[in-house]
Write a protein that binds this ligand. Sequence first.
Ligand code: PGA
Length: 274
Amino acid sequence: MILAGNWKMNMNRLACESFFAELSNKLSLPPQSSASQSLPSIEMRIYVPYLLLETAQKYADQLKTKTGVSLSIGAQNVHFELAGAYTGEISGPMLKEINVHHVLIGHSERRTYFNETNEMVLKKTESAIEQGLQALICIGETLEERNGSKTDWVLAQQLEALLRSEKLKPHWGKSLHLAYEPVWAIGTGVTATPEQAEETHAYIRKVLTVALGGTIAAKVNLLYGGSVASNNFENILAGINIDGGLVGGASLKVDSWAALWNTIHTVEKKRKSS
Ligand code: PGA
């Protein structure tokens, strides 16, 4: 399972420093039950603005030393070319140079405000994977599409080229995972109901199974995103096809972030014991 935060265009150095100082106190665990020892299968990631990557990376290292919790820091976007005349863009090799190995690709805000198409998402993902980066790809439908009963069709379209790519095939479930984020649930305070989320995740899993086979499809983490908060996360995670969350607003505050981290552990424990 993965708990991923998306800071979007928020925070600054000072806020980042206080966030990690407070987080390292909240996540402190006795050594014998440190999260990394008892629950190795849960990953924590935070996608931060480019200018905070190095700062956050430094604090993540300190967090690991102090609490045993491994936090991976990632970028929110990457260009598909490795270098060249692309003013304002950042490439995979630039991220790797500063030790950043994670990237979010195709967030709906990038698709909406920066006209990212499915084709660009494919190119970015192939390039990121070729560079050895870990990619989390976002897909999701708008309210109009859901109301028009087009959700499954839209998701299948968003996945089609990605699943056909021979370059990506060996990486699904390893360095390639997915976040389902209904656009109407992002930043709105309206979440998909647990039933809607599970139903949609089950559909995505089916599409993956047809394209990649059951064994690989089962290894792909399908994260739910869209107004995840400490008071709804446990219910959302009740869906067996939901392998974590991609969290915007609630990843900016230590209290809610730490609460989500505790919730995902509780759910993981229940799943393992059932
Ligand atoms: P939200 O954002 O949790 O604030 O709705 C989620 C996202 O956009 O990844």
